[in-house]
Design a protein around this ligand. Structure first.
Ligand code: ARG
Ligand code: ZN
Length: 473
């Protein structure tokens, strides 16, 4: 139930007459989830965060993290209490300056009850003081914090934030970030955006990072370790900051030879996807030898050393940087929409292969299609709604990119590349669904595409060969 916001005078008069606290009747708790069908407890209801200010101290030797998170938010309903998603140990919470009571519930919920209920549409400042050892905390029986020999790293999808800052943890609530972390001298701290400054005192160095465009919580990254840092500017004018663990061993050269091309690759991608959406680019490779994935953490993807064990791998750099448009700038509305991230990032790798003279997108599509027999379980995964258990199944990537090759063949290069460039503009710094993309493709191409999308993204079976070659259906 929503109450209209009254002038302060009217509110005072009303409560004097009724002698009832404003809370009881009209304010209710915010929902413990934002409403994602795959992950009902992720994110929260009742408010929207616009900015996270994280001021932390991290000790690599013990994996101890402590400090303060200050969240600027706005309520979207009258609230008696609200939740954040978080796993570390909280010692104090203040809401608009006043101490609030708090409790934990569920797998990762921090329930905050402000002293005074909050009216819909008002600005709220939440200060959370906390500490903890991220590697010791689990939710749903897992831990996504990456402990390294020389530090710790937060890079996980869809879960990553719970181990280092309290948040409204869902792509639907984007915010800007200031991340300031103090680490012992000799350790570096890497995060998103630009390094505003560093300062040293009494054996500790503080790194102040700023990510000044809307950013999803899982794309915020934390990396403390012993890094070599390189800086530069791309030909197109994008400032570049890269970081390589000093302990990558034999993979060091290939990792650096690949990621040093981030500026060039971002410039190249912008020819297809439009202007690069952020004011900084780069990548970092911590000493996480057992990790098998990379992640498109905003402006500065995370790469695992394993990705470079066979030599240079510019393809993975293309993939993660393609996500800066497809995934980070335009994010999923719900996690079922993962194809609008992974299908496009994979397709960008095919375009890069063509650019590098290593096989055209059509050749790779033909190969992928032919190499998967009709009874391969690959074809039972529906990239347009794969289910949480198959969110990162290879089919979301490869079948997802096949869908784009089929679309390209159906509508022609002119409309196809207009769509690739137009989409990030249309939904800049926002969210969109698979259905939104289909409607946009229909609008730009002037063709009905429901059957094509259904065949490639939603049927649990291998499409017919003629369809794969782009013949009309
Ligand atoms: N979006 C990432 C990529 O393809 C995949 C992350 C998978 N996450 C995970 N925890 N395995 O670039
Ligand atoms: Zn990806």
């Amino acid at each position: 139930m929503h109450r209209r916001i009254m002038a302060p005078g009217a509110l005072a008069a009303a409560s004097l007459m009724l002698v009832i606290p404003a809370s009881a009747a009209s304010h209710s708790p915010g929902a413990p989830g934002i409403g994602d069908p795959y992950y009902p407890a992720y994110g929260n209801g009742g408010y929207d965060v616009s900015h996270y200010d994280l001021r932390l101290k991290y000790q690599p030797a013990t994996d101890e993290l402590e400090g303060t998170a200050t969240l600027l938010a706005r309520t979207t309903q009258d609230l008696s209490r609200f939740n954040l998603d978080f796993l570390l140990d909280v010692s104090e919470v203040r809401v608009n300056g006043a101490k609030a009571s708090f409790a934990t519930s569920g797998e990762h919920e921090l329930e905050i009850t402000p002293k005074n209920p909050l009216a819909k549409g008002t600005a709220v400042t939440v200060v959370v003081r906390y500490r903890g050892v991220p590697s010791s905390k689990e939710a749903y029986g897992f831990n996504a914090w990456l402990r390294t020999a020389d530090g710790g790293v937060a890079a996980g999808e869809p879960e990553g934030a719970w181990w280092w800052f309290p948040s409204n943890d869902h792509p639907l609530d984007k915010a800007t970030f200031d991340v300031s972390v103090q680490v012992p001298n000799g350790t570096q701290f890497i995060s998103n955006g630009t390094l505003q400054s560093t300062s040293s005192r009494a054996g500790w160095t503080r790194y102040n990072w700023r990510s000044n465009k809307p950013q999803t919580t899982y794309l915020a990254t934390f990396a403390a370790g012993r890094f070599d840092v390189t800086t530069g500017t791309s030909e197109g004018g994008i400032p570049v900051i890269n970081a390589y663990s000093k302990d990558l061993g034999d993979n060091y050269g290939a990792a650096r030879a690949s990621i040093e091309r981030s500026g060039e690759i971002a410039d190249w991608l912008s020819e297809y996807f439009g202007p690069y959406p952020y004011n900084s680019v780069g990548g970092y490779v911590p000493n996480t030898p057992s990790v098998g994935y990379a992640l498109e953490t905003q402006t500065r993807p995370f790469y695992s050393p394993r990705g470079f064990s066979n030599g240079t791998n510019t393809s993975v750099v293309v993939h993660e940087l393609a996500h800066q448009w497809y995934g980070d700038d335009v994010s999923v509305e719900h996690w079922k929409d993962i194809w609008i991230n992974e299908g496009f990032a994979r397709y960008a790798q095919w375009l890069w292969s063509e650019h590098e003279g290593e096989g055209t997108a059509q050749e790779i599509a033909d190969y992928v299609y032919a190499s998967r027999a009709a009874d391969d379980p690959f074809w039972t995964v529906r990239p347009g709604n794969p289910g949480p258990e198959n969110q990162f199944h290879i089919a979301v990537y490869d079948r997802g990119a096949l869908a784009l090759q089929a679309l390209r063949n159906e509508i022609g290069d002119k409309a196809f590349f207009e769509i690739l460039k137009g989409w990030p503009q249309k939904h800049a710094y926002g969210n969109a669904s698979v259905a939104d993309f289909r409607r946009y493709a229909e609008e730009v191409s002037g063709q009905p595409l429901a059957a094509l999308f259904d065949t490639w993204l939603f049927q649990p079976s291998k499409p017919a060969a003629a369809v794969a070659r782009g013949a009309s259906i």
